[in-house]
Every structure is written in C-alpha cells, then in structure tokens.
Write a protein that binds this ligand. Structure first.
Ligand SMILES: [Zn+2]
Length: 244
C-alpha cells in the first residue's frame, strides 16, 4: 500500500503512527515560534493551574506533598498569551511615560525589572508558574520578595520549595544569585524543567532579535540593537543555570 493511501485509510491513529518515526529526528520543530511567543492556543490542564500536561501532573504531585506539610501551593499566575503580556506591557508603558513623565527608554528599563517584552515571557510556554502559600493571608501585593524573607508570611513556603521543588522538577528561574543580571529576584516564579529547558533551547535557535524588531506595540520603536542584545543576554538567558 502506498504511504499516502495508508495514512488516508487508517485515519487519525495512522497519522500519529506515520508521524512517529520523524519525531526522533525533528527536535528542531517540536515547538513552533508562534507557540514559543504565546501567539497560538496550546492545550492547558487543570482548573486554576493552566499548564501543559506533564507540568500540570508534576505540579499536582508537588501540591499534594506540600499540603501534607501545611503549605497550600496557590497559583497566582501561569499561562499567559502574547496578547495578555502585550496589555500588561502597554499599560505599564503608558503609566510610566504619561503619568510618570519618564523618557521611553527609562520606562522600558523600569518595566523590565519584573515584566517581560511580549513574546519573550516564559509564561507563554505553559511550563512556568507564580505561586505562593494560600494558607497565609497577605495584605496587598503577594509577589514581593520581602514577603518571602525570614519571619515573613511566605518564609515557610520558601523553605519548603527550597528543599522539595527540585524533586518534582520545578526550579526557581530568577534566583538571588549575586551578580545575576536581568529580571530581579522572584522567589515565586518556578519552571518545570523537563519541558522548559528544551523550549528555551529551541527559542535560542530562533532569531529573537529579528522577531522583536518585527513587533509593533508601544515602545518597540525604541528597541535598539544594543538594547535587544542586552535584553536577550540578561533577561532571557541570565537565569538559574539549572534551567539552561
Ligand atoms: Zn512569573
């Protein structure tokens, strides 16, 4: 039987089988650029969790284990689309430039202390989450580094995650390692390494600089080559080395 006829007759199962032999050799094409930039719908799992299947399953296991130790791992943020990131970015850009009267480049530097350029967020991948301890009541913004310090509401959460997260393949991305550049310390942002490491590898193979030059949202006209070079080196790549 001809290959084409075989695929046609055997339907979906046949298609999957026919595609299988290629998979081992097509690592390069496992994640599309649209997927890596949050521009296409991906299948997400878990109400209020919203992660890719493997990451979701590992998170649920970790959540169970933590719960047994009195920590309620609560997801504050997980998957975020390009459009969502763009609205965060543009809101901050307008806030700093209009209300704050900042020069555009200064505003951009301020935004990228904690927020990513749309298309470059690890939250686009369905592998990364911002989590806290739902058992602790906290006034105001939860995602503030000081709240994870000694004697603070999320100190027990931090201790538990430091000791256990790796067993579930979750790693802190933006560590407090001295000299690390890019995004500031985020004790709440964890990444599921078995998926996010190959995704970052794939992303690095693309021409990120060109992709960002092609974008058009508030601030993009100020993206110089020098700025983008530093951003890619520091904000995308100067992360916990366990995730490279
Ligand atoms: Zn995050």
């Amino acid at each position: 039987m001809e290959r084409r006829a075989f695929i046609k007759k055997s339907g979906v199962a046949g298609l999957a089988l026919a595609a299988l032999p290629n998979l081992a050799f097509s690592k390069d094409f496992e994640y599309s650029i649209l997927e890596l930039m949050g521009k296409t719908d991906i299948k997400l799992y878990g109400k209020g969790i919203n992660l890719r299947k493997e990451a979701h399953d590992a998170f649920v296991e970790m959540k169970k284990a933590a719960y047994g130790d009195g920590i309620d791992l609560k997801v504050v943020s997980s998957y975020r689309s390009f459009e969502r990131q763009r609205s965060i970015w543009e809101r901050k850009f307008l806030k700093y430039t209009d209300d704050g009267n900042m020069a555009p480049l200064k505003a951009i530097d301020k935004i990228i202390e904690y927020s990513t350029i749309p298309g470059t967020s690890r939250h686009h991948w369905g592998t990364d989450i911002d989590i806290v301890d739902g058992n602790r009541k906290v006034e105001g913004d939860m995602l503030v580094p000081s709240k994870f310090g000694e004697g603070e509401p999320y100190a027990d959460f931090k201790k538990w995650m430091d000791e256990n997260a790796k067993d579930f393949d979750f790693h802190l991305v933006y560590t407090d390692t001295p000299g690390r550049r890019g995004f500031k310390y985020e004790p709440w942002h964890y990444s599921y390494a078995p998926l996010s490491v190959p995704m970052l590898t794939e992303f690095r193979r693309k021409n990120i600089m060109q992709l960002l030059k092609n974008e058009d949202f508030y601030g993009t006209e100020h993206f110089t080559e020098g700025f983008l070079t530093n951003y890619i080196q520091d904000n995308i790549l100067d992360i916990n080395t366990e995730l490279l």
